[in-house]
Design a protein around this ligand. Structure first.
Ligand code: MF3
Ligand code: CO
Length: 291
């Protein structure tokens, strides 16, 4: 890919179009933007048609896993049980859970309740109870392609104030994703998210963000959810990344559990909510690859 194809050759991306009708204009525009001082993605981050199809297939399974697990979220269920269900179903689908053994992470899913912001480790000592808000974060490797998404689930009767947090966090993710279109800025996403959270009296976690995904679990770019409009990497068709804001009812501060070195909590003990999708930048806007 370092040697550019001839303008009349087939494009390197496998679209079947000539290079001059496919990636040549994209690369020309990236070069021009880069000369103006903008950050542009490395070409290797732009997925080919075949890679996109692979991530799409992985994402379909990831989405189906979240559809499936909803029925099991109930008072009295342990997060260990949710882990077992996700692990088994992922393999039934022909996939492998991406979190298992990832940088030493011991389980096949992250389950984060109330003041756990993210990366909650399933355990037979953690039992869902009436009134909890629960994030279930699933990631799948299928045929070597990675996808990643998460949703919030409510256990029984949840207070109005926690339900509002869950709803606003979802709106934040959606508003962030609506910013995704070619030649806009990565920073536009975090601006939209942070504006909406603050307008509702909430705060957004700063230290943990979204990430490129597809050929590996975590790739460039890192996606801040508190960034400034008009800053950061230019969005270019073929980029794939997650948008996964963590929205806190109280202050934005978080800390990592000293004992397990994974679980992230809110500093002030107030609840946090998160939703995540895997998003592809297309020629006209975006496509969701995992819901
Ligand atoms: N799905 C999480 C993410 O969005 C996974 C974190 S890595 C883990 O990146 F090891 F904690 F699972
Ligand atoms: Co993620």
């Amino acid at each position: 890919m370092s040697d550019k194809p001839g303008r009349n050759d087939f494009c390197w991306c496998g679209s079947g179009r000539k290079y001059k009708k496919c990636h040549a204009p994209i690369e020309d525009r990236m070069d021009a933007c880069s000369s103006e001082g903008h950050e542009v993605p490395h070409l290797k981050l732009l997925k080919t048609q075949q890679q996109i199809e692979g991530i799409r297939e992985s994402g379909k399974r990831n989405t189906a896993l979240l559809d499936f697990i909803g029925d099991y979220v109930a008072d009295g269920v342990t997060t260990e049980e949710l882990d077992r269900l996700i692990d088994t179903k992922t393999r039934e689908f022909g996939g492998v859970p991406a979190t298992l053994h990832y940088n030493g992470y011991p389980k096949s899913v992250c389950v984060s309740i109330d003041d756990v912001v993210c990366h909650g480790i399933p355990s037979d000592r953690v039992i869902l109870k009436n009134g909890d808000i629960v994030n279930i974060d699933v990631s799948t490797i299928y045929n070597g392609f990675f996808s990643d998404s998460s949703r919030m689930f409510l256990v029984g009767d949840v207070s109005g104030e926690k339900r509002r947090l869950v709803d606003v966090a979802k709106e934040c993710m959606e508003l962030g994703i609506e910013q995704v279109k070619p030649w806009s800025f990565l920073g536009d996403i975090g601006q939209a998210i942070n504006d909406h959270a603050r307008k509702n009296g909430y705060s957004v976690v700063r230290e943990i963000g979204g990430h490129g995904v597809g050929l590996q679990f975590h790739e460039d770019p890192w996606v801040s959810h508190v960034s400034q409009q008009g800053t950061g990497m230019l969005l270019v068709p073929g980029l794939v990344f997650t948008v996964e804001p963590m929205v806190n009812m109280g202050k934005a501060g978080v800390f990592v559990d000293k004992d397990d070195s994974w679980t992230v909590y809110t500093q002030d003990g107030k609840p946090s909510a998160q939703w995540e999708k895997t998003v592809l930048v297309t020629e006209t806007g975006y496509e969701i690859l995992a819901y």
